[in-house]
Design a protein around this ligand. Structure first.
Ligand SMILES: [Mg+2]
Length: 246
């Protein structure tokens, strides 16, 4: 019996090609930090900060703390100095990225269907962005947290692992109080949505349409997913028609 549905966000519920989004995001961010940090240095230290979060195994500090422990000392700047720059950036600049994205056809319908039958619904987006940035992207997808009472939205502040490994999915199961087989993970990214969720024993659905696999790294790699855990592949319409029967 399906008790919880986990949805990836980018290129699953929101059309947001990372190959376009990431450079645009970094351009805005480096402009916001231009007075304090050169762009190349910012990129280097952001990358290291993300690596520190990817090394998080769910048992220690939050992703936010793991990031900050690496990022601020490396730049030789104090947290108090840069924190307000980040906060202002997410309120004033981040909304400009909305035009790069589009709502995914069928997203609202499938989320509404997921909520029916008293199921828990999770926005399982890679938790390397702060809550304010995830909630804006949900809004762009037509899935505002004001309209939907998600049981969990993963972000940098509330998670202790990333989609780099199965610890992220273990943490979600723990928060929900669910067994893996009671859940379904729906996502477009084979390596981050399918493989580590299946490693935890969670059944998965691979979203490959109607836009097709949008990210160059989203296709199946060498890592297989056991056939019995791959419940299907296709569009959100396919998920919608499958949900009532599982
Ligand atoms: Mg995705």
């Amino acid at each position: 019996m399906l008790k919880a549905v986990l949805f990836d966000l980018d290129d699953t519920l929101l059309i947001n090609n990372m190959a376009s989004f990431v450079p645009a995001y970094f351009q805005l961010l480096s402009a916001a930090f231009a007075d304090s940090v050169p762009a190349e240095r910012l990129f280097l230290e952001l990358t290291r900060g993300i690596e520190a979060m990817d090394a998080n195994d769910g048992s220690g500090s939050s992703n936010e703390d793991a990031f900050k422990a690496v990022f601020y000392p490396a730049l030789g700047l104090c947290r108090e100095e840069l924190q307000p720059v980040f906060e202002r950036f997410y309120i004033e600049e981040f909304p400009k990225l909305r035009s790069i994205t589009r709502p995914m056809p069928g997203a609202r319908g499938v989320v509404e269907q997921a909520f029916s039958g008293d199921r828990q619904v999770v926005i399982a987006t890679n938790p390397v962005f702060p809550r304010v940035a995830v909630e804006q992207r949900l809004d762009w997808a037509g899935l505002s947290v004001l309209d939907f009472a998600f049981d969990l939205v993963t972000h940098i502040e509330n998670m202790h692992a990333t989609k780099a490994g199965s610890a992220y999915y273990r943490e979600i199961l723990s928060v929900l109080g669910r067994e893996p087989q009671e859940c379904l993970m729906v996502g477009d990214d084979w390596q981050r949505d399918m493989v580590p969720a299946a490693q935890m024993g969670i059944p998965v659905f691979w979203v490959t349409g109607p836009e097709g696999v949008a990210s160059p790294w989203a296709g199946p790699g060498d890592d297989p997913v056991p056939e019995e855990l791959l419940t299907g592949r296709g569009s959100l319409e396919d998920v919608l028609s499958m949900l009532p029967s599982i």
